[in-house]
Design a protein around this ligand. Structure first.
Ligand SMILES: Nc1ncnc2c1ncn2[C@@H]1O[C@H](COP(=O)(O)OP(=O)(O)O)[C@@H](O)[C@H]1O
Ligand SMILES: [Mg+2]
Length: 547
């Protein structure tokens, strides 16, 4: 029953953009484009897709021997990808087997370029092929490439808490006499340009975080010379761009429930993810299951180091007397905005790792006391993106613009106060700042209403569930009016309307809690999970009901 309520996903849009996999990450010094992931292998696939006939020919080993070396390589690889199976008498295909065939086609749908890339990896990493068979490339980021692979020789055993791997061949499933299917894994090839410390950090954190169904556990690590491969379970998931406009408020609820559970676990272990964004949270909207990946920028939060920093270089936000400090800064800064001509002060240094558009204000203001709350801010950005059905939500080219964007949304005064909290002065020289003063409902209305006016929202879209809740000015949700006693025709729909209204209201409450400027006042993941928005999930502890 709950399943129907929580997984109200409409079929993915056919006009969805090419899958964007991986994510660009920034380290503390580097600034790159985090959204370049939209131009990765998804596009390459489109331009180089081999037609079915060609693939079949390769599988049947019918390639002319005189073809060049490249084709020979491909022939070899394609044979590996679709091992020949004995022909069985043809059965009438069932819906289930159709779906499975689709999945198999997906496996076969590997481009020439990717096949060559996988071949190169296998050649340069000889021990890899002993236990793994590469199937496809599934993601590419600044510091790694991720491949889908089959684990051979029983080297990997997946626990029951891991989502089921897709079956390799329908016939394996049908025949009890056949060998049990091999587990499917994700192989993350960490680029050799990553520093040994960075690689060690990622692997170590993955190891520490093993044992929770919301975080991808480290199954194995392979090293050959300077190359390192991390082996994780493979999670079937959908690209965020394919479903973010189709999730109803119940679907958003389940997504965030999974996300905050993952964060709660990670934060309880004292780890900050630092790069929370949709590509790093693999979500299956049909199963309502999500798992957090990519701990390449994650770090252990050490409150002792943070507090021992207090004296000299520490951010004023660590002070117990924040109000007083903030006021004195305000006083000093408000005398006259002035800048030293030759500023001799050393630049402020703080970890800025993360992705633009998802960074909390304390990261933008280079606070050196960043804690797990920076992930809560990023979770809020994802949540607001889901509700406004807008992705990416922010697209600022640098941190200065990012601060301005936040100022326009939350109000200049609020941002100035936030800057002061972290010991920064903020001067914005726009004459008539037209800000939304933090009214997230109004912003939501304006975004959706504009899109609706442009005729960009299909009639049957779940977006209308949100649109019909606003008042005339769009700055509030309106509680539906109860039908009169005699008028019971719309009774059921009134209940539904009321539930939708409550869900939206509670979701906004959650988002406001994510966007509290002062990190010490921002709610933690555990508190988020206790908010009324999640009541119906919290009371139904039998999660399996969703599968
Ligand atoms: N365990 C996994 N199962 C399925 N896909 C995965 C898995 N791990 C990573 N991916 C895919 O690879 C992409 C890049 O992985 P990630 O760990 O984020 O690497 P990067 O550090 O390059 O961003 C992810 O966005 C996802 O699409
Ligand atoms: Mg990533």
């Amino acid at each position: 029953m709950l399943k129907d309520k929580i997984s109200p996903l409409k079929p993915p849009r056919t006009d969805a953009m090419s899958p964007g996999t991986g994510g660009t990450r920034l380290d503390d010094l580097q600034h790159t484009d985090p959204f370049n992931d939209t131009t990765r292998d998804g596009e390459i696939k489109e331009s180089l897709r081999l037609d079915d006939g060609f693939i079949r020919n390769l599988n049947l080993n019918k390639l002319n021997q005189t073809q060049d070396m490249t084709c020979k390589k491909v022939e070899m690889k394609c044979d590996e990808i679709t091992p020949v199976v004995e022909e069985e008498p043809q059965k009438q295909p069932s819906l289930e087997s159709n779906r499975e065939e689709e999945r198999l086609d997906e496996e076969e749908d590997v481009t020439l370029e990717i096949l060559e890339e996988m071949n190169r990896l296998e050649e340069s990493f000889p021990i890899l092929t002993t236990d793994y068979r590469l199937i496809d490339k599934i993601g590419e980021g600044t510091f790694s490439t991720v491949y889908k692979a089959e684990a051979l020789n029983g080297i990997i055993k997946l626990g029951s808490d891991i989502w089921q791997s897709p079956p390799l061949k329908k016939k394996q499933k049908e025949s009890a006499t056949k060998k049990p299917k091999n587990p499917i894994v994700a192989i993350k090839q960490i680029y050799v340009t990553s520093s040994p410390n960075r690689i060690h950090n990622e692997l170590n954190l993955l190891y520490i975080l093993s044992g929770n169904s919301h975080v991808a556990p480290l199954l194995d690590v392979l090293r050959y010379q300077d190359q390192v491969l991390a082996i994780l379970p493979y999670y079937q998931h959908s690209d965020f761009r394919d479903f973010y406009r189709d999730l109803s408020v119940k679907g958003i609820k389940k997504y965030l429930w999974e996300l905050f559970h993952a964060l709660d676990f990670v934060h309880t272990k004292g780890i900050i993810h630092r790069d929370l964004k949709p590509t790093n949270f693999l979500y299956d909207p049909f199963k309502g299951k999500g798992v957090l990946v990519d701990f390449g920028l994650a770090e252990k939060y050490n409150p002792l180091t943070a507090s021992s920093n207090r004296s000299s270089n520490s951010c004023p936000c660590t002070s117990r007397d924040k109000e007083v400090i903030s006021r004195s800064y305000t006083k000093r800064l408000n005398i006259k905005p002035a800048y030293p001509k030759q500023d001799q002060r050393p630049p402020r240094r703080a970890n800025r790792a993360g992705t633009r558009g998802f960074r909390a204000p304390e990261v933008l203001f280079k606070c050196n006391n960043q804690c797990t709350k920076i992930d809560i801010w990023s979770a809020g950005i994802i949540g607001y993106s889901l509700l406004s059905r807008k992705f990416p939500l922010f697209n600022s080219p640098d941190d200065t613009d990012a601060i301005l964007e936040l100022a326009l949304i939350f109000g200049f005064e609020k941002l100035k106060k936030c800057a002061e909290l972290h010991g920064c002065g903020l001067v914005i020289n726009l004459d008539k700042p037209d800000t939304m003063n933090g009214n997230l409902v109004k912003i939501l209305h304006d975004l959706l209403a504009y899109e609706n006016e442009q005729g960009c929202i299909p009639e049957d879209s779940v977006i209308h569930d949100t649109l019909k809740l606003f008042n005339e000015t769009g700055d509030k949700f309106v509680r539906p009016i109860e039908p009169s006693e005699h008028d019971d025709s719309g009774a059921e729909s009134f209940e539904e309307k009321l539930e939708s209204y409550r869900d939206h209201k509670h979701l906004m409450e959650l988002l406001y809690s994510c966007f509290i400027m002062d990190p010490s006042k921002r709610l933690c993941a555990k508190q988020m999970l206790k908010l009324p928005f999640f009541d119906e999930l919290a009371t139904n502890l039998d999660d399996e009901i969703l599968l």
